[in-house]
Design a protein around this ligand. Structure first.
Ligand code: CA
Length: 219
């Protein structure tokens, strides 16, 4: 999953970036509201972690502009412990949830997982489809309840498709899930990881749609 971290405090930003990358998310980090607005206008993210007090354009304004573009991307706002007014304003402007600063990293990760699940219409803790199950909290994968070991990048390619069966993902979209701006992308990376997933889950779980991309079929 690809996340946008919007945070102007360098120390906090570095700590959150480390934690999220450690949890295998592809993360882009921007430090002001203008850059956040630009990133959200040009890339598709699975979730945004949005500080409200930002240089150049404040977080509420970034959020309102995102929702005005009809984006349904889940947004978690970050507010100070005593800033109840900010939380109310943020939720009313279209945020999905809030986290309180200073961050408790475990709670932050759990709220991110919950928001990603809800964004995918899943109520339970795991993404499940046709016997294949991925639990983002435990990083456990299984096929018909038999555990399977997926590499972090095989997981990153499979998770978006498994969370939205029937939706075709282009190679470029899957590359976005795999890598952040600064990482190198080899031209056949997506094919390599899909090949790995097929060896573990069976050849037909992910289908190739010629000229378009890949999908996990609905039925
Ligand atoms: Ca701030």
């Amino acid at each position: 999953m690809r996340l946008l971290l919007v945070e102007d405090d360098t120390m906090i930003g570095e700590a959150v970036l480390d934690a999220l990358r450690g949890a295998h998310y592809a993360v882009d980090w921007v430090r002001d509201g203008e850059m956040a607005d630009t990133a959200l206008g040009s890339q598709t993210y699975d979730l945004v972690l949005l500080d409200l007090g930002l240089p150049k354009r404040d977080g509420l304004d970034v959020l309102r502009r995102l929702r005005a573009r009809k984006s349904t991307t889940p947004v978690l706002i970050a507010t100070a412990r005593d800033a109840i007014g900010d939380r109310v304003a943020g939720l009313d402007a279209g945020a999905d949830d809030y986290v309180v600063k200073p961050y408790d990293i475990d709670e932050l990760q759990a709220r991110i997982r919950a928001a990603l699940r809800r964004g995918a219409g899943q109520a339970g803790p795991a993404f499940s489809h046709k016997g294949v199950s991925l639990n983002p909290a435990t990083r456990e994968a299984s096929v018909n309840n038999v555990p399977v070991q997926l590499s972090a990048r095989e997981w990153a390619v499979l998770e978006p498709m498994l969370s939205r069966p029937g939706v075709v993902f282009s190679r470029a979209q899957l590359e976005e899930k795999l890598f952040s701006w600064k990482d190198e992308v080899s031209s056949n990376a997506v094919e390599v990881y899909i090949h790995g997933v097929r060896k573990k889950l069976g050849p037909d779980f992910i289908q190739t749609v010629r000229g378009l991309g890949y999908l996990v079929p609905r039925a």
